[in-house]
Ligand binder design. Sequence first.
Ligand SMILES: C[S@@+](CC[C@H](N)C(=O)[O-])C[C@H]1O[C@@H](n2cnc3c(N)ncnc32)[C@H](O)[C@@H]1O
Length: 380
Amino acid sequence: MAVSVSPRFLFKRIKHSVCFIQRRNRVKTKWAGTRPKVASSDLALHHFDMTYSLQLGDLWPSVRVGMLSEKKYGALVNSFSCDSDVISALQTQGCRDFISTALTEHLSTDPELHNPTAAPITSHIQCFTFPRGDISRFRPARSDSNGLLNYYLLDAASVLPVLALDVQPGHSVLDLCAGPGGKTLALLQTHDLRFLWANDLSGSRTARLRRTLQSYLPTELLMEGKVHVTSVDGRQWRDKDESTFDRVLVDVPCTTDRHSLMEEENNIFKRSRTRERQMLPLLQMELLLAGIQAVRPGGDVVYSTCSLSQLQNECVVQRAVTVAQQEMGIRVEVQNLSSFTRLFSHTFHFAPQPAVGELVLPHLCANFGPIYLCKLRRMS
Ligand SMILES: C[S@@+](CC[C@H](N)C(=O)[O-])C[C@H]1O[C@@H](n2cnc3c(N)ncnc32)[C@H](O)[C@@H]1O
């Protein structure tokens, strides 16, 4: 049955619905303003549960517990400090240098590790850790008679990218994303560098890097001009067209998984930073390409993150290798680090076989990481 509707009635209906929409909009604006805020760390946990449960499968629950628990530190000994008691004080507390322990104990019991290319180690670096399962904390670092601090506390796994870089006497090294300076300091412990260029885009992080260097290095060393600090966009190295460095460390900005789970401040899972977070793999690839361009043919680049994300780790490396070949005519080979990781498997938990590179997984007994590292050699 047809129903006839008078134009007046129709107009009233339209007017009513317009009013209704307008009112709804007003209310919606109010909702948006008063919407209960979800903590960025909760957003991060939700995101990780979705992605890492697929990526890590059965391993994810234990990694998750590790990441939500207090992390373990390592004490990177400052070999420039004249505090002669530092080693014995650390040993008295029950700590051991995980690097020399690996070299003396595990190297001698594993014949396959005798191949010198299997486990190249820069011997001057000393990083002390408490034994597995021991969650004791380090005391704060102390100043020596010259005012230099005796050790630097950091995630012990973050020394691995520096060790994998295998810096040799006389090398020139570029640390492309260096702030606040933990790995720069580890690089400088090798002593024999010809030149170290430490760069970070962020002015505040570069300022922190300078303060770190001043607190740990003798003034003469800083005055010698061996260490150069800049604050520019690392991607600009792609335009320099100078392939001069023997070694390049590309320790990129990432989702800093542990930080994102534990801290609200500067959390990349904040809703307003969604786009920045989504663009990370592109930024990371561009920084890695810049690093590849800065290293001389035959030289090595180490790419590292403190995230478990395949998208930020293996995918970035694989894409950069392809782009370097196709768009820059540079052949790059991924180096096998399996012997290197075997050497340190008594201290760290490594993920079983990522597609490329190696990944330290957090674990309650050895709660370091996550740290991803991949070593690349420039062939042409
Ligand atoms: C993971 S942190 C580096 C940590 C440092 N290597 C250490 O061990 O102390 C990444 C750094 O990259 C810097 N960064 C972000 N974008 C950059 C860019 N385009 N060029 C250079 N550095 C950048 C950030 O400011 C941040 O300090």
